[in-house]
Design a protein around this ligand. Sequence first.
Ligand SMILES: [Zn+2]
Length: 674
Amino acid sequence: MRNFLKLLIVFMLFVPALLSQDKPPADVRFSVNMLDKSIDPCNDFYAYACSKWTAQNPIPADRSSWGRFNELQQRGEYIVRDILEKAAADRPGRSASEQKIGDYYASCMDEAAVEKAGIKPLEQDFHSITAIKSKEELTQEIVRLHREGTGVLFGFDSGSDFKNASQIIAQVDQGGMGMPDRDYYFKDDPKSVELRKKYVAHVARMFALLGDDEAKAAAEAKVVMEIETGLAKGALDQTSRRDPQKIYHKLSNQELAALSPAFNWNTYFESVGAPRFDSLNVVEPEFIKNMQEVIGAHSLDDWKTYLRWHTVHANAPMLPAAFVNENFDFFGKTMTGTKELRPRWKRCVGYTNGDLGELVGQLYVQQTFGAEGKERTLAMVGALEKALGEDIKSSPWMGADTKTQALVKLQAITNRIGYPDRWRDYSTLQIVRGDALGNSQRANQNDLQRRLNKIGKPLDKRDWDYPPMTVNANYDPNQNNITFPAGILQPPFYDNRADDAMNFGGIGAVIGHELTHGFDDEGSQFDADGNLRDWWTASDKKQFEERTGCIRDQYAKFVAVDDLKLNGKLTLGENTADNGGLHIAYMALLNTFAGKEPAPVEGLSAEQRFFLGWANVWCQNRTDALARMLVTVDPHSPGTNRVNGTVSNMPEFREAYHCAATAPMVNQNACRVW
Ligand SMILES: [Zn+2]
């Protein structure tokens, strides 16, 4: 469990959801029986492709959303549970990896032991907080909590230097807020006001569970809310954080110290375990300046209260049921509309994947990942890169100089498929059977140390950010590479038994999506070497902004829930990637025909099946509460818009389904960047 707010610069395909419902793995292949023939595809293509699926697959009680991705994740969960249960059987001759993943999982599953221990595993933490005698001593306490994975006040990590991407530098970022975004602390619509009240009530109940009487707990919760609101004042919202210029401020250590003279940064950096450095990225200098004011504005006792809250908050999943349930009640039920807590084994699979992902992943790929999948995926990546190259060359709005630069960038993109070439080393991490909470804290500490050790070193592109069973994919603008873990190279994205049309509409368009991220409003600001450098001519940039502006305005009209519309600016990069990805996947598919149109399959032409391959992966249901939350924090559009928004911009779709020029799925002002 990691609580640091990671600098959001890696473009994932979607926001990873929590784990899933308890039902046997489903067959997730596309079937023509899924189509709702009563709906005209030209009126609502998403409904035509997905309404049967969404009707037959209501949101399980332990989820806030359910989509075809989740079916795939669910299959992965069962495979991982099997791996973990075998490793957990305490027998002689277990490998060191089996001991670690098996004992971690077994400790997490041992609910009786967790209940019996109560809050004892946190006693040392609370004692340490109580013992602070001055605000100067706060620094050491923040160090200790950060090392355990408790996200107080700010975040500290390593990351690429945006302007010298081959080097890893230190970075200080905003943090220390319990709610998902700074906007949650300030929005004044009735629903947001109500949510803040419920958050304060939740914090109070957590203090009460620690043994504080009602009046004291209520007063403490008020203090927590005041401090977090104070911190949020200096924080950037999610839309601003998509602008690389707004999250890159390389300062010397002295310049950082000048922003907040009362905070002893030298002590912090030395104690937290970072190698020596002279400069770093201060993601948001205003946050640090403001943080100092917040520290000054509250008493030492208030700060102890705040640290105590975050300690119980961060560790709640490994505490007795009363804490787990209270935590779920607010963050699950209230925040996302989930009705029930996931079964324990699914939570424990998730935590083991989170803390020991590359140990589990080694066994997972041995069992699931075949050579054929890797070869066909690589061939498809090649076909997509070729199509994007042709698209850039034939672009009607880009000048020759920018085209040359764009092609250099495209050629420099590297691919990571399946699993890392080198596995992460966990040899220094101690996993103790029976110590669920301690295992989690030690894993956090070990992983923070691993990341901090990179400071001052060259970027090592062999390191992956997530384990191979992950059902997701990403483009990293600092590394200029795309990553496709084994978890996503399965139906419905990729099917060994399916024809090219379905696979190009599925995984092909996803590959296109990730490649296009290198050329969306954010990714286009980085060059072939991953550096933040403007390689555009001014006039081409203007053309680009006009074209992305079309997409921004188109999606800003889509309604997410009630009268709440999508944020066109927050979702611009993802929508650009969806539109570009689908378009170049279509071009790549046509290239594979080499002039010969394949015969229809089940009465559907290859072109029709291609668009169904795309729609098929985005069928989903979500609660209103989640939809509301995602409008604020998620750069991705909901499935319905990912499907209808993209196809309505493509004349190729209109042709494939013979739509009238005035049909709803034909955007009169069609947007096109790539
Ligand atoms: Zn994306």
